[in-house]
Design a protein around this ligand. Structure first.
Ligand code: GTP
Ligand code: MG
Length: 138
């Protein structure tokens, strides 16, 4: 059984969309095995998105992620990483499929409501970035 790290981003927490987004995860068979609301500092957001530090949107992304609280969570299920990315939809909401979180809720390619790990190695890293083993309740 696989686990992935999910973040409900500031544009979504600000609009009280946490429950609606969680319903999409649960309807897809993903179990929320850990969850907390936190307000990232710019330094923490910068470290989390370090892989993107050479991209032109890095500064904007870090500023956005630290602007307001986020909900970080661990989702568990069969093929959780791929399933979560399917439920999220394409990075750019204009290209996201009908019924996906980003199609329904995202405001723009930057303010796109959710993050999801993209591979087993990054999922393990990203889960450890936010959660201790004690906080993961399968
Ligand atoms: P994540 O699940 O958040 O990693 O999204 P992703 O894997 O679909 O996209 P990617 O890893 O390529 O980019 C990470 C994040 O950077 C995206 O989710 C966006 O929030 C942001 N981002 C990507 N492209 C752009 C862009 O062109 N402009 C801005 N402002 N932000 C972008
Ligand atoms: Mg990504």
């Amino acid at each position: 059984i696989e686990r992935t790290l999910s973040i409900i981003k500031p544009d979504a927490t600000r609009r009280n969309l946490t429950g609606k987004i969680n319903a999409k995860f649960e309807d897809a068979g993903l179990r929320i095995v850990a969850q907390k609301r936190i307000h990232l500092s710019p330094a923490q957001a910068g470290k989390f998105y370090e892989v993107h530090k050479e991209r032109p949107f890095y500064g904007e992304l870090v500023e956005f992620m630290a602007s307001e609280p986020v909900v970080v969570q661990v989702l568990e299920g069969e093929g959780a990483i791929a399933k979560n990315r399917e439920v999220m939809g394409a990075t750019n909401p204009a290209q996201a499929d009908e019924g996906t979180i980003r199609k329904e809720f995202a405001l723009s390619v930057g303010e796109n409501s959710v993050h999801g790990s993209d591979a087993p190695e990054t999922a393990a890293q990203e889960i450890a970035f936010f959660f201790s083993g004690l906080e993961l309740v399968g």
